[in-house]
Every structure is written in C-alpha cells, then in structure tokens.
Ligand binder design. Structure first.
Ligand code: DX5
Ligand code: ZN
Length: 228
C-alpha cells in the first residue's frame, strides 16, 4: 500500500445490511469505494457493540481494496494480534483508550499492519504530536463515536493543526462521522484526505440497487475534490 494524499472514500459498513456483509462490501467496491472502513465497538469504550476478530476475518476475502479497521475498544493491546490474523491492513486505536498509545502503535506496526490513531472530538491535536513518527494515519472523529448517522461536529481547526504538524510525513488524515456532500469540502480544504462515510454512502441503495452507492460515493468525492 503506497502512500499518496489523493482523496479516498472509505464507506463504513456500520451502515450496511448486517446479514449481508460480503455482498455489501463487493457492491461498494464495485461502485468506487477506495477503502472499506470497519467499525469495531465493544459496548464499553463506546455505548454500542458491533463485531470482533472472527467477523472481521470473514470480511477479509471480500475486500479487494484496503481493510481499514477502526477499534473503538479498550483495552487494545491484547487484541492486536487477532486483528492482524484477521487480515486488517490498517488498525486504528483511540488515543483515549489507554495511557500507552505509543506502545500500542509500535505493536500494531510490529504485527505487520499500518497504524492509526483516532481522536475524539474533545481531544486536542497536540495529544498525537509525539506519535506522528509511529503513525500512518490520524483519524479525526467528527461525531462522538458509537453510532452512524449522527450530526457532523466541525473539527476544521484541529484538522488544519494536524496537517501542519504532519508536514511531509507519510501520514493520512482521516475524517470519521457525519461526512456527506455538504461537510466533505470543509475537511478536505483543511487538509484531510480520507473520508469515512456510512449513512451518506448507503442511504437509498442496496445490493439489489448498488448504483445508488456509486452515485453517493461520487457526490462525496466531487465535494471533497472541489475544495483542494
Ligand atoms: C462512528 C463510526 C463511524 C460511523 C460513521 O462511531 O466510527 O465510522 O460509521 O457513520 P456516518 O457516516 O453515518 O456518520
Ligand atoms: Zn469509524
């Protein structure tokens, strides 16, 4: 997986049909998704529960692009190897999930994955300042994690700060939560290049009617690119 800062749209399968993940993944990729975003929740770090390593492993053969796994769990470290075995390409942990994010990022890379660090809306950019050489991606949450379909929280200043802090390092800035064709341009103008979108991609479509996914992805991408 080579690094570049072109806009990437990463549909979150949190908004997919949970009884049909394989076909949903195939549909969004056929319709232009760049990455597949997988939201792991533990009912403890966030007030919602999704799926764990065996499910993620079952998704793997369907993902031909990049499997971007977002852990909303604590603790993280005991599960890193399980997500490596499940085939995650990128594994993102929250900086709020424990006191030793530095160690966590080292362990994720040591297990052969790209390492991401996520920040809740209330967490300042400076929290990751000394982690940037260990990270391949910084995920800026623009909702409080736990649910799809929430209202976008403007984190433009934080994104701008992070973009400056990152400089020439090969680190993606990913935005997660409430991204649609209205909010996308705000964050790409500030320096983000990976946009997670759940409801904005899946709304109105289905595996029987996948062209809608394609139109939705196109709309978010066009808005994102219009600002850079
Ligand atoms: C929120 C998740 C997001 C979520 C985004 O906790 O991390 O990935 O699925 O969904 P939308 O795009 O609907 O806000
Ligand atoms: Zn997510």
């Amino acid at each position: 997986m080579s690094f570049d800062r072109t806009i990437k749209i990463a549909p979150s399968i949190l908004s997919a049909d949970f009884a049909n993940f394989g076909q949903e993944i195939q549909a969004i990729e056929a319709q232009g998704a760049d990455w597949v975003h997988v939201d792991v929740m533990d009912g403890h770090f966030v007030p919602n529960l999704t799926f764990g390593p065996p499910a993620v492993k079952a998704f793997r053969p369907h993902v031909k692009t990049v499997m971007d796994v977002h852990l909303m769990i604590t603790p993280v470290d005991p599960y890193i190897q399980a997500y490596a075995d499940a085939g995650a390409d990128i594994l993102t942990a929250h900086v709020e999930a424990g006191p030793h994010t530095h160690r966590t990022l080292q362990a994720i890379r040591a297990a052969g994955m790209k390492a991401g660090v996520a920040l809740n809306p209330g967490t300042p950019a400076e929290t990751v300042e000394h982690l940037l050489d260990l990270a391949d991606l910084v995920c800026v949450m623009t909702v409080n994690p736990g649910f799809g379909g929430q209202k976008f929280i403007d984190m433009t200043d934080k994104v701008r700060k992070l973009r400056q802090m990152i400089g020439d390092r090969p680190v993606h800035i990913e935005i997660d939560g409430g991204v649609d064709s209205k909010t996308a341009s705000l964050v790409t103008a500030a320096g983000a290049n990976v946009l997670v979108a759940g409801s904005a991609v899946f709304k109105g479509g289905s595996v029987q009617n996948p062209e809608v996914y394609g139109e939705n992805i196109k709309a978010v991408r066009a808005a994102a690119n219009s600002a850079i």
